[in-house]
Design a protein around this ligand. Sequence first.
Ligand SMILES: [Fe+2]
Length: 312
Amino acid sequence: MSASAVLGTTETKHPSHIIDDQGAVTDIVLDAMSRAPNPRLREVMAAFVRHMHAFAREVRLTEDEFELGIDVLNRIGQATNDTHNEGILFSDAIGFSTLVCLLNNGQNGATETAAALLGPFWRMNSPETENGGSIIRSETPGPALFADCRITDPGGQPLADVEVDVWQASPVGLYENQDPAQAEMNLRGKFRTDADGRIRFRSVKPAGYPVPTDGPVGDLLRAQERHPYRPAHLHFLAYKPGFKTLITQVFVDDDQHLESDVVFGVTRHLIGDFQEGTGTAPARDVSAPWYRLNYAFVMEKGEAKLPIPPIR
Ligand SMILES: [Fe+2]
């Protein structure tokens, strides 16, 4: 009986981890990691190492490129702070966040889903706002928007008592935490669906905005001759025990960047029908143009849990 069998550990395929040549590295690293007690950690890290090694072999990664890659990783970390998350931005800009989102929603990627990226600007503890109320908390010039949204289960039954966070950029394309001209929590609110599964609120029509380009993601976009813009959108996060937390965005249909979102967040399902209002406006202080948005969300059965806020 071998020593490892006596100790109750798995026999390794490679008793020695001395490397003979480049072809031997991958198997030996996988072997070194193969005794991790957590099976999911074992599976994920083994696949990660196999793909990373295959990537280096496929492109014949040079030492200069390796150093550049490590420098980019380090700068992603250094550019991240309480108000900015460069790590998520990088994942977004290479379509990885959208891929993970689509794999995990819509019957595990089998069908189109109502889910979309969380993005870097969600904050916990948005102000609770009564149904029909306004999320304009300081003077915010721009066309008024009246949103009327409905949440149902997959069978079309309205879902009451869903907590719905709403957040958006202003008509100049800035979130309140990026813009000293806006009050704390401007254009953010937390609503609760009524017995018909509805929330209604007043806001302003959002504008598209560039993602921050002063870090390594900006360098990448310039090197690839890509514009940095996101089409205008509203963010929603819907939470109800017994249902998978729905994180999504609804896009403004006349935005010039609708077809070329820098972070690949637009799916057909998420294009909103922003109708220009005609006749008497819903509030006396509203002047033309103003808009209505009616939108219906479907929540899937599943686990209700909140994401880690990317910023404070
Ligand atoms: Fe956004």
